[in-house]
Structures are given as C-alpha cells and as structure tokens.
Design a binder for this molecule. Sequence first.
Ligand code: FAD
Length: 287
Amino acid sequence: MGFARSAGDCSVRWMRAVRGVALAAACCRAFVLPTKPRHPSLSRAAARDAPENDVYDVVICGAGPSGLSLASACARRDLSVCVVDPALDKPWPNNYGVWIDEVEPLGYGDCCDAVWRESSVVFEDAGAGDLANVTLRRPYGRVDRIALKRRLVDECGPSTVFVSEGARRVDHRDDAPSEVSLDGGSSVRGLAVVDATGFKRKFVEHAAAFDPGLQVTYGALLDVPGGHPFPLDKLVLMDYRDGYLGDDAAAVKRNERFPSFMYVMPLSERKIFFEETILASRGAGKE
Ligand SMILES: Cc1cc2nc3c(=O)[nH]c(=O)nc-3n(C[C@H](O)[C@H](O)[C@H](O)COP(=O)(O)OP(=O)(O)OC[C@H]3O[C@@H](n4cnc5c(N)ncnc54)[C@H](O)[C@@H]3O)c2cc1C
C-alpha cells in the first residue's frame, strides 16, 4: 500500500497550515487532545464504590497508563487496591505510540490498532548541522487506548475497587493509615498512597521548588477529504524541517530557541494524526 506522492513532495503551504496550527496550539500550553465523550465499554471501571471503613494496601490516585499498570501489578500480587480517578470511564485523551518490540514481551502487542514497519527522522533543512536523515526499521504501533485501558482494568480483577472521583488531599499519619480525601466529601485509607496523577504530580511534596522542564505537545486527528500526501506504510517519528515557517522571522527565531518537530501517523488515505512537539525545556510554549 502506498501513495504516488511521498511526504517529501508535500507542499510547503500544506505543511505550513497543519504545523502552524499545531504549533500555535502547543504554544497555548494545550497539553492534551480534547477529551472525548464517555465510553460505555470503560464503565466497568466506574461501577464500584469504596466502602468507607476499608483500609487498602495501596490507594492509587490516577488511572492513566501508570496508575492502571501499577494497579494490575499489585492485584497480581494479591494486594488490595483502590484506584481513584474522576475520568475512569473516559478513554485516555493522548494518542500513544509504542515500539512493538517493547509491548509484545509485556503481552500487549494486540493492543495496537495500527502498525508501521518503518519510521523516518528528518533533519534536512532544519539547521541542525549535518545530521543525516534516518529510516528506522523497527515496527512502531498506535495504542488502541480503549482496548489497553479495558485490558488493564480487567487485569485488576474483581477485588480492586475503583472510585470515579478526584482525590483532593492526602494526609499521612505516623500511627494510622494514610487518608485520601475525595472531591465528593468521602475518603479512602491506604497503607501506601501512590500519586499517579501525571506530570503535575499533584500530591508529591518537594523539598525544593518543583519547576521541571516540560515537553509541550499538541496533536490532532484529521480527516482530509482530498486525501493526504503521506505514504501509509511509513510513520514520521520526527521531522525537524522548518521551511513551513516561511519568511516569518519571529517564528524562525522562536523555533531556533525552542525547536519543534512534527510527528505523523498516516492511518488511511484520508485519516491522519499530526502532532507538533516542542522539545523539553523551561519556558517552552510561553514565548
Ligand atoms: C499529546 C501527547 C501525546 C503523547 N504521545 C505519547 C506517545 O506517543 N508515547 C508515549 O509513550 N507517551 C506519549 N505521551 C506521554 C504520555 O502521555 C505520558 O507519558 C503518560 O500519559 C503518562 O501516564 P500517567 O499515567 O503517568 O499520567 P496521565 O496519562 O497524565 O494520567 C493521569 C491520570 O490521573 C488522573 N487525575 C488527575 N488528577 C487527579 C486527581 N486529583 N485525583 C485522581 N486522579 C487524578 C487523570 O484523570 C488521569 O487519568 C504523550 C503525551 C501527550 C500530551
């Protein structure tokens, strides 16, 4: 399967439109794709209530990939687990890509809904020195977010309790289990509490000010009525070319300070996922 035109033939105007919009969105600090509506097949995760007086071995705040992987691993070890997350029955918002040779040994190879045999890294015209363009012959897949989330929830087994509420506060005591207060006013208690709320780490207390560099990313799934020019059998892992900025001197200067790259998953002749990522830095997306 393939297209007559290649990504390299893509017109600068086309690239300018797509990447310009994505970069503008990334600069607005849009960290995630718009949330999709609730998905009924995930509702099992939201079906249970936590009995108030139970003390769990582990309370996990956050049911993203980290929180649910941990919950599943704890359940395999017969630990009692309570997972709290206000978005339990929604699909994860981000579009995840993975190396197939990393997920297959974990048993999640079938949780990908698209696989590319090759991916490209393009430096040409990026002003990044003489780095050669590279084709990686290592299969890469798009995670089927609903399938993987459902699988992890199922692996948690019937003894894991899921609470569809946000955690508001965590109190640790020397002589009693830790207490996690929930948005609805109730609380759950655990011998260990894990903060799996993502990059904000809402409940981790830091000895020094927590000011990490951030990688700002914005993605969009597009339907291109006339078809897009990217070959279907190749993923674009990173394309650093900046020709799409044209003669916009301010944008070129900003791009030198905070370089960004394009990532493309061609899914069908019309469906294509784009992401623009500003490399990890302090201040990325603010200027
Ligand atoms: C657009 C985009 C694309 C990405 N693409 C990739 C990729 O291709 N491959 C890859 O490996 N990584 C990718 N990443 C990075 C990836 O998203 C993160 O590494 C991953 O999601 C981290 O998982 P997590 O479970 O730690 O946190 P998150 O996925 O952020 O999950 C945090 C969970 O905590 C919940 N939560 C938040 N506040 C509370 C609270 N107060 N109480 C309870 N729960 C709470 C949230 O609802 C959420 O479910 C991408 C990120 C973005 C933004």
